[in-house]
Design a protein around this ligand. Structure first.
Ligand code: ADP
Ligand code: TRP
Length: 321
């Protein structure tokens, strides 16, 4: 049995990239009976969110999003990162082994700088905390989007450094990135990301989703002309939602000509609703059941801490505490 773990930051509303990059892979793996851990990375979100009420609300929203999308708390330990404060302790031990140069090379930090975020120590040290999240559970596989691949490399590096210094302790985890979902394009064609304001949220109101889908940026090839589907954002997004037969049909329509981007957008929107309408209904129900959500989190906290305890005991002994 494999240990699988992932986390998503509650730094804004979850979007299609988050669903296909991380959540859906967790739901698939959960059904295979692996040992599953999924958390809301609220410590990480503090690198960009500076308001307590906003962070608290966003954290609650992500719990509902996970549950509505099919994360089953009976099969997956679902917890808030802050309910496992031991990760901060482990992050310190790893920090003491983390070369500055390794962190300086991280794209995500440079990217955040380029987007005008403050250069804080938290943002800089964030991959170390992420390594602690993963290593504390001795995870084998980490479902993430391609943008997180480098952080997995940092995690492996730090695990190796710890093992070299103190003896064999951590497994070296692998990123789990199915090719199909490596990087999901946003409405402007670049990577869909909260920081680029090009997202389509999972649960925003239907009108606004329609507006965004119809507004996806395309080239100006006229309706009558044949079009190449591969690499076209609408087609790439449709691939995520539709069956192989539906995808083949859309590709044929593109190539035949007489089929405009407007047609493709309508099909994409319909495909979104086919998949998401049941999730939307479930989310509405869950939002009313505050007690259930609170129970899921307190159970998750207990199970996550129990799972991390043997590793922390071993690590403390090794480092000399
Ligand atoms: P954002 O870039 O919007 O801030 P996060 O960094 O919080 O998103 O990502 C949370 C998870 O969703 C990570 O596993 C990340 O790799 C995945 N993810 C986010 N955007 C995409 C995307 N456009 N394509 C594939 N995966 C993505
Ligand atoms: N850094 C991840 C992101 O921004 C979130 C995250 C934090 C994470 N800790 C993790 C993902 C551990 C996987 C495993 O998307």
């Amino acid at each position: 049995m494999k240990r699988i773990l992932t986390g998503i930051q509650p730094s804004g509303k979850l979007h299609w990239g988050n669903y296909f990059g991380a959540i859906r892979n967790m739901v698939d793996l959960q059904e295979k009976g692996e040992e599953m851990f999924m958390f809301i990375a609220n410590f990480h979100a503090m690198t960009t969110v500076r308001d307590g009420a906003t962070l608290r609300q966003a954290t609650e929203d992500v719990v509902l999003d996970y549950l509505a999308c099919g994360i089953d708390p009976a099969k997956t330990v679902l917890y808030r990162q802050s309910d496992l404060p031991e990760v901060q302790e482990l992050a310190w031990y790893l920090s003491c082994l983390a070369p500055m140069g390794l962190l300086e090379r991280c794209h995500s930090y440079k990217d955040k700088m380029a987007h005008g975020f403050d250069a804080t120590h938290g943002l800089f040290a964030y991959p170390v905390l992420m390594a602690a999240d993963i290593l504390i559970m001795n995870a084998d596989l980490v479902p993430v989007g391609k943008d997180q691949k480098q952080h997995l490399e940092v995690t492996r590096d730090l695990a190796q450094k710890f093992n070299n210094a103190y003896g064999e302790t951590f497994k070296l985890p692998d990123a789990y990135i199915p090719e199909r979902v490596a990087t999901i394009p946003g409405t402007d064609g670049q990577k869909m990301s909260k920081s680029y304001r090009n997202t389509i949220e999972l649960f925003e109101d239907a009108k606004s989703i329609k507006k965004k889908v119809m507004g996806i940026v395309t080239d100006s090839t006229p309706m009558e002309a044949p079009k190449e589907p591969e690499g076209n954002s609408i087609y790439e997004l449709y691939k995520l939602f539709a069956t192989p037969e539906e995808v083949a049909q859309m590709a044929a329509n593109y190539r035949a000509g007489g089929y405009g981007y407007g047609h493709a957008k309508k099909e994409l929107l319909a495909a979104y609703h086919r998949l998401f309408d049941p999730f939307r209904a479930k989310r509405e129900e869950l939002a009313k059941d505050v007690d259930y959500v609170r129970d899921v989190l307190s159970d998750g906290c207990r199970r996550a801490r129990a799972a991390a305890a043997p590793m922390m005991e071993k690590v403390r002994k090794e480092v000399g505490l």
